[in-house]
Design a protein around this ligand. Structure first.
Ligand code: FAD
Length: 493
């Protein structure tokens, strides 16, 4: 059989593309190398507990807000999303002092102005700007707005410079940046658009998903299949074979050939090009350009199962810093922890105590590169010792701020950038894909099109990473197949 659309990867981006194409009557086949769907949304289960591997919370999900509109379209709003504490959805502990993040622009300003009264007007200016960026998110679908101030041009401006121009208090710059382990804070590269769109979405509203992110993938896959499409696990694409300048079929590791009219890859763009081993269309210069792009840093995660009734569940995330410069936490120095996120999973038994928490810290590729090429679970004692030591350091670090944690730990499961590389094939175990650079927008901001007409890209390495960004990008990618007018009609734009 020849499918209309063959998709590589059943993470959020691949599945959303599959959903849109199937909805518009295309025959669809999604190929996932793993035995679990979801990519960075996937969960794992141990001793009856579900642990998230990547994603932890979403923003802009109140009724009518941007992600809610998108998830409504993708039939995901039936999932048990739980609103986080509106008056306290994130906590930032900086220089030993705790700061409260609240949902809603006025609430947000009021909460931080309690600590920074002299910056109240600057905080208002900050949220005014962020809200305009968020309000304009769907204008990206109107080609005339592509160069508009609120989208493309903001990719060419520095997030850090914007903060320096907006606030006159260095501590406040660090505090408003302090919930940003979900981006890679880098003064030299981080585009204002990435910072503003992501932070705006969480100021609007913040939600967790009871039971873990895997449900998003499972729901999309079930709907694709209901619409006549196919989602195949354990189907690693080893080659995309070009015939007469077009991809003719995907060859799987078991030798199976899956033919298609159009191919969409949600794998990292460099990994995608590795799959096209021979091409008359992809010139060396393009290959070099993509493979030389830098990647965002990886993460180390300690998924912690807690002893029963030891740590009260908090309906907020906690970000802790041991550095005066929050913008340095992703600087690649793994010798000491400078910042960490602790996220509580919604207790599945509805209890007031947490069952699991995750501690996430940045970890560079250099920290694990020596074990590249080893197999999962067979990386050797040295690797295990490194992971155990890092997990202990994570617990010690957070216990300085949450002393009950130390004695609450039952079991710790860990993952490193190498885990991500091996499970989802992200280059160098990068958490958020290609690093967008405001100094070099033309090179780092990829479009879905490739030199091969029927090979499209999607996923977090394009446009914006994260659940909101990847969902937007899936619409950009599929607009190349179903047409931009159809996408706009679908979203009632
Ligand atoms: C630690 C961490 C925390 C995060 N926290 C948040 C958060 O709180 N909120 C938020 O919004 N976002 C968060 N994110 C980001 C978000 O999870 C990702 O941006 C998003 O899930 C990426 O989706 P994707 O489809 O682009 O890529 P992926 O999820 O990586 O999916 C790509 C898929 O392609 C498959 N694949 C690759 N190569 C092949 C091949 N050759 N053959 C077959 N299949 C292949 C992979 O196995 C994978 O399933 C977090 C990410 C990480 C790593």
């Amino acid at each position: 059989m020849k499918y209309d659309v063959v998709i590589i990867g059943a993470g959020l981006g691949g599945l959303e593309c599959g959903y849109i194409c199937a909805k518009h009557g295309k025959s669809v086949c999604v190929l996932e190398q793993g035995i679990t769907l979801g990519g960075s949304l996937q969960v794992f289960k141990r001793k009856g507990h579900t642990f998230d591997t990547g994603y932890h919370y979403i923003g802009a999900y109140d009724n009518g807000q941007s992600l809610h509109r998108l998830f409504d379209y993708f039939n995901l709003t039936h999932l048990p999303f739980q609103k986080m504490d509106s008056d306290y959805f994130d906590e930032v502990v900086y220089k030993g002092k705790s700061y409260r993040f609240a949902n809603g622009y006025d609430n947000f300003v009021d909460a931080l102005a309690e600590e920074f009264p002299h910056q109240r007007q600057n905080l208002k200016n900050y949220v005014d700007f962020l809200s305009k960026v968020g309000d304009n998110i769907f204008n990206q679908f109107s080609p005339k707005d592509l160069d508009s101030f609120y989208t493309a041009s903001l990719f060419g401006q520095s997030a850090y410079d914007f903060l320096k121009e907006t606030f006159t208090d260095e501590d406040l710059i660090n505090v408003v940046s302090g919930t940003s382990l979900k981006l890679e804070l880098k003064k030299e590269t981080l585009p204002l658009y990435t910072f503003a769109q992501i932070n705006d979405s969480f100021i609007r509203s913040a939600y967790r998903l009871k039971g873990g992110g895997g449900q998003i993938a499972d729901s999309l896959a079930a709907d694709i299949e209901k619409m006549g499409g196919m989602v195949k696990k354990n189907s690693k694409v080893e080659e995309l074979v070009e015939v007469d300048g077009r991809i003719a079929y995907a060859r799987l590791s078991n030798g199976e050939e899956i033919q298609g009219e159009t191919f969409i890859s949600s794998a990292h763009p460099a990994a995608t090009l590795d799959l096209v081993k021979e091409s008359s269309k992809i010139r060396k210069i393009y290959r070099n350009r993509i493979t030389r792009l830098q990647n965002t840093t990886g993460m180390f995660t300690a998924n912690i199962k807690l002893k029963k009734d030891t740590l009260p569940y908090l309906n907020r995330n906690q970000y802790f810093y041991d550095t005066d410069d929050v913008w340095n936490v992703c600087d690649g120095d793994d010798s000491q922890i400078k910042g960490a996120l602790m996220s509580y999973q919604v207790p599945e038994n509805g209890d007031e105590y947490a069952e699991n928490v995750d501690i996430i810290i940045p970890m560079s590729w250099a920290a694990v590169e020596q074990w590249d090429g080893t197999k999962v679970m067979q990386r050797g004692e040295e690797y295990n010792a490194m992971k155990n030591k890092k997990a202990e350091e994570c617990v010690d670090f957070v216990s300085k701020y949450v002393p009950q944690l130390k004695n609450a730990v039952d079991t710790i499961y860990t993952s490193t950038p190498l885990t991500y590389k091996d499970y989802v094939s992200t280059v160098e175990g990068s958490a958020y894909g290609i690093r967008k650079d405001y100094n070099n927008v033309m090179q780092t901001l990829l479009t879905p099109r490739t030199p091969i007409e029927n090979l499209l890209l999607t996923g977090q390495s394009l446009n914006l990473h994260g659940i909101l960004g990847v969902s937007m990008t899936s619409l950009f990618t599929t607009a190349e197949i179903v047409g931009m007018d159809t996408v706009k009609e679908d979203l009632k734009l």
